[in-house]
Design a protein around this ligand. Structure first.
Ligand SMILES: NC(=O)c1ccc[n+]([C@@H]2O[C@H](COP(=O)([O-])OP(=O)(O)OC[C@H]3O[C@@H](n4cnc5c(N)ncnc54)[C@H](OP(=O)(O)O)[C@@H]3O)[C@@H](O)[C@H]2O)c1
Length: 319
């Protein structure tokens, strides 16, 4: 699809396509850039590098050259925030990022994570022991060929280890100059508050998309506190958006795809929103990056919001 045409159509046809207007309109985010940690400017639409590994996020991808192309294309298109983790592959995603992009272009922010181990395909077991985490940081530095990691995220809080101990280890690595900023993943506001007593937290990565707002309170907390919010599964993850979803008719009418509408909706939801859609396909990277250009009017945004709400109820009733 033509990206520009999609954007024009969305703006130009809003009144007729979406019908009734409302007296209360949300104030929508318009910033294309966000300063992560106050000092790292990133284009808000990033890239998630979990899907460039093998099946079950395990091992090498079936087409390694294609995975390298996906990463290069994302950066060519202006993506300068790439999310990864030592657990993706494990190791494979970080190794591929270095293979594809090192020496890194100026301004590229690689955000990695540690604290989730991988006994096998599709298996994830938290390990937040301080010594283990420190080893993880050292190994990620080596794989990514970096001297300092711009954003290191605690992948999961380990229920067996007090959060303060895990974060204390990351603080040590920060003091040693091996980590620039620290982020969290899958956390509630009270956990972020606890973490901030140990060290500064600049971002949170929680599952969030149009049909899954479980972490709404965390998003609101991040907005209030000016922390970056990286929604994972931004287009619905493995289950994904499908033909027949409520969004499809609207997307078709605008020569866009449901994925693009979902990403545009997220970007406009909040100025701190940093979606990291994951894909193993060059065409999908192109499509996803283009979504940053789609501008929804407040009425369009609200209509999509409500439609997704209906979709969510449908999904939930199937469980
Ligand atoms: N913090 C955490 O605990 C956590 C957990 C999971 C993920 N993450 C991070 O978040 C990123 C995104 O999460 P995710 O990959 O689970 O979910 P996602 O980005 O919502 O969905 C990825 C899935 O959607 C498909 N897809 C993406 N763009 C598409 C498009 N334009 N058209 C059609 N299909 C499309 C991909 O398939 P194709 O490959 O065929 O495009 C893939 O199966 C990950 O890459 C990872 O960096 C973090």
């Amino acid at each position: 699809m033509s990206l520009a045409s999609g954007a024009t159509l969305l703006v130009g046809r809003s009144a007729t396509m979406f019908g009734a207007t409302s007296s209360t309109t949300p104030s929508l985010a318009t910033n294309s850039v966000w300063k992560l940690g106050g000092d790292l400017p990133v284009n808000r639409l990033g890239f998630g590098a979990m899907r460039i590994t093998g099946e079950g996020i395990w091992g090498w991808p079936p087409d390694r050259d294609n995975a390298l192309k996906v990463l290069k294309r994302a950066v060519e298109l202006g993506v300068n925030l790439i999310d990864t983790a030592d657990a993706y592959g494990p190791e494979v995603s970080e190794l591929l990022i270095a293979e594809a992009l090192y020496p890194y272009p100026a301004g590229l922010v690689i955000a990695t994570k540690g604290g989730n181990t991988r006994p096998g395909p599709d298996q994830w077991v938290p390990d937040g022991r301080p010594e283990y985490l420190k080893r993880c940081v050292e190994k990620s530095l080596k794989r990514l060929r970096l001297e300092r990691i711009d954003l290191y995220q605690l992948h999961r809080i380990d229920p067996k280890v007090p959060m303060e101990e895990s974060l204390g280890a990351l603080k040590e690595m920060q003091t040693a100059g091996k980590i620039r900023h620290v982020g969290l993943s899958e956390v509630a506001p009270d956990e972020i508050e606890r973490a901030r007593k140990v060290l500064p937290i600049v971002s949170v990565q929680n599952r969030y998309n149009i049909a899954d707002r479980k972490w709404e309170k965390t998003l609101v907390y991040c907005e209030k506190e000016n922390l970056g919010f990286m929604p994972w599964s931004p287009v619905g993850g493995k289950r994904g958006l499908k033909p027949g979803d409520a969004l499809e008719a609207l997307a078709k009418a605008h020569s866009a795809t449901v994925y693009q509408l979902a990403l545009a909706w997220l970007l406009q939801r909040s100025p701190v929103m940093l979606p990291i859609p994951g894909t193993s396909s060059v065409a999908h990277v192109e499509e996803n990056v283009a979504a940053a250009k789609l501008k929804l009017s407040p009425q369009e945004w609200k209509t999509i919001d409500a439609l997704a709400g209906e979709g969510k109820e449908k999904l939930e009733s199937k469980k």
